[in-house]
Design a protein around this ligand. Structure first.
Ligand code: SAH
Length: 293
């Protein structure tokens, strides 16, 4: 158990309580567990319900990817427990986390499991919630902004855009055994114009090769967004053929995206624009096509 943190002033806490009651937010019942998403990094991207959970929890079990600034909102006397993954032993630690959630709830605590992004998107939220269901512990799921959507938005890349894609597919680059996941690469290559990969830096080369082998154009635009939505955010725009090489130069955590919608960044990089970057109002070059036809 970590030390209790309580730096938020009473006035601010009261304001949060007033918001919670104005919105009729549910009360956090003792003996229950809330699985909440903290968003991808920018603390402003947590939901009001997520923040309400932090201010009311007795114990918070948090992930490496949840922004620690959010924990400052914890109630005075609340306990903070780091429950990040240990590399190489995901199974063992995962069972421990589920057991801890159940044990704390049985002691009558208000237990918050705070995860990066959204708890049900590649976050094992389902596994933990099933353990609670098996133990008959009441639980609530508080969705969050997932890195594959919100992170790309901070890179100026919309996950869907009418001119580029009617479909988007979210894929993990990391199977349960640590290898490439067993997915239908041909279906991905030919069926989904936009592919968003989580946990894919290590296998980026292999992923790109599989996609090209099964029908994808190696010149297609791709991007890697590292530390998305945080002050350390770095965006690398590349091509499918160069994705592996770019991944080797990129820091984790990172989202990989492949698709024509990556071109929209030239017009929509609002983070860059805030520091003086010029935006191209016609990033898909419609004007050029119109002149040519
Ligand atoms: N539940 C999380 C995903 C957890 S899996 C969510 O919904 O976002 C962990 C993976 O998420 C990382 O390997 C990376 O691919 C992605 N990720 C999480 N936070 C990120 C961030 N700030 N920037 C880029 N990628 C991130």
């Amino acid at each position: 158990m970590g030390p209790a943190i309580a730096t938020l002033h009473q006035k601010e806490r009261a304001a949060l309580g007033a918001i919670a009651s104005a919105l009729s937010l549910p009360s956090f019942e003792p003996g229950s567990v809330w699985l909440a998403g903290a968003g991808p990094g920018d603390p402003g991207l947590i939901t009001i319900l997520g923040l309400h959970a932090i201010t009311n929890a007795d114990v918070i079990l948090y992930d490496a990817l949840a922004n620690p600034a959010l924990l400052e909102f914890g109630r005075p006397g609340s306990e903070l427990v780091y429950a990040g993954k240990r590399r190489g032993k995901p199974g063992v630690i995962q069972a421990d986390i589920s057991r801890t959630l159940v044990a704390l709830a049985r002691k009558g605590k208000r237990v918050l499991r705070l995860k990066g992004g959204d708890p049900f998107v590649f976050g094992r939220g389902g596994e933990e919630a099933l353990a609670l269901a098996r133990a008959s512990i009441p639980f609530r799921i508080v969705p969050g902004v997932t890195a594959g959507i919100g992170g790309l938005a901070y890179a100026g890349i919309p996950v869907t855009h009418r001119d580029t894609n009617h479909v988007v597919t979210f894929v993990t680059g990391h199977g349960a055994d640590g290898n490439l996941p067993d997915v239908d690469w041909h279906a991905l290559a030919t069926g989904s114009p936009t592919l968003v990969f989580y946990m894919a830096l290590a296998h980026a080369d292999a992923i790109a090769r599989k996609l090209v082998e099964t029908g994808r154009n190696p010149d297609e635009p791709a991007a890697i967004v590292s530390d998305a939505t945080s002050e350390k955010q770095v965006v690398r725009v590349t091509t499918l053929a160069q994705l592996g090489a770019s991944a080797r130069d990129s820091a984790a955590p990172a989202i990989l995206v492949i698709g024509e919608n990556v071109r929209l960044r030239d017009g929509l990089d609002w983070v860059g624009a805030l520091s003086g970057q010029l935006l191209d109002p016609d990033p898909l070059k419609h004007d050029r096509f119109q002149r040519a036809s």
